[in-house]
Write a protein that binds this ligand. Structure first.
Ligand code: AMP
Length: 281
């Protein structure tokens, strides 16, 4: 049975007497195959599984798509039922941020994580992510928390958060789930037409080509990225925001002659919809 709970006190009460280990999947809803893979991973290793469904206003900038972000709580609940989730926690905004002051509290993050890649254009985004995840962790107190590698920069921030606050939580990273075209599942794909999705699948093609060019061994990191950017420039619908390489261990800029141990990251707007993706090299 899947129980829907909206109050923090209520979920704290039921979880205090729930079987452990407890697995937690934070989401912003509009669930898709990517979220389902996280739920399945939790179901496999935990006795109790909790999914949160909360579109967090603090991680959207003033000109971003908070209002337009896809929402479908009834469908999300059905998916959670099918996946045998025990509890769906769907708090109101007031439940998470009871007053104006609580919207202003921020966690200062290491700049190399928060002000690079997505953090450069989305000012305050990762601070918003960090605060909501910290609050959700405090309420749910999970043993395991599941995150997708699709939002890899976010995953680095979550790992930092857990370490910084000594939280007794194992962070599990789950691989990116893709459509057959290669396009990574994302709630924002709902804003794309079929043609838009077909065009957007070129982001993954460009990442794969960059990796292949490194593996062949004739291109440096920067030349591989340049080749992929030239490929993407054929599609006027795609406006690349960044294409960068970052080290796996410390997220620093990758040495131009590196052959492995890093990720390529891309963010681009396709027909006005902002998408991100990455690939390990
Ligand atoms: P969101 O609802 O977009 O905040 O995402 C909730 C969680 O699902 C995050 O940990 C995401 O990284 C993860 N996720 C989103 N899309 C995918 C995907 N295509 N593959 C794997 N995980 C994903």
């Amino acid at each position: 049975m899947t129980t829907l709970i909206k109050s923090s006190n209520e979920i704290k009460k039921v979880l205090a007497v729930s079987e452990r280990p407890l697995g937690f999947i934070p989401t912003m809803g509009a669930l898709h195959a990517g979220h389902i893979s996280l739920i399945k991973a939790a179901r496999e290793e935990c006795k109790t599984v909790v999914v949160s469904n909360f579109v967090n206003p603090l991680q959207f900038g003033p000109d971003e798509d908070f209002k337009k972000y896809p929402r479908d709580p009834e469908k999300d609940y059905k998916i959670c039922q099918e996946q045998k989730v025990d509890y769906v926690f769907a708090p109101s905004e007031d439940e998470i941020y009871p007053d104006d002051q609580s919207k202003k509290n921020i966690i200062s993050l290491p700049l190399e994580l928060s002000e690079t890649l997505c953090g450069k254009s989305r000012i305050g985004h990762f601070e918003g992510v960090a605060i909501v995840i910290k609050k959700l962790f405090d309420i749910i107190k999970p043993d395991y928390a599941y995150f997708g590698e699709k939002d890899l920069q976010q995953l680095y921030i979550i790992r930092w958060l857990v370490k910084e606050y000594n939280l007794p939580i194992f962070v599990r990273a789950c691989p990116i789930v893709r459509e057959t075209s290669g396009l990574a599942f994302s709630s924002r794909n709902k804003h794309l037409s079929n043609e838009g999705k077909a065009v957007a699948s070129n982001l993954y093609k460009a990442l794969k080509a960059a990796r292949a060019n490194i593996k062949i061994g004739i291109f440096t990191v920067s030349k591989s990225m340049l080749e992929s950017l030239i490929y993407l420039s054929r599609f006027p619908e795609i406006k690349v925001e960044y294409f960068e390489a970052r080290n796996k261990v410390n997220f620093a800029k990758t040495d131009d002659n590196a052959k492995s141990g890093f990720y390529f990251f891309i963010a681009a707007k396709t027909n006005g919809v902002r998408l991100i993706d990455n690939i390990e090299v």
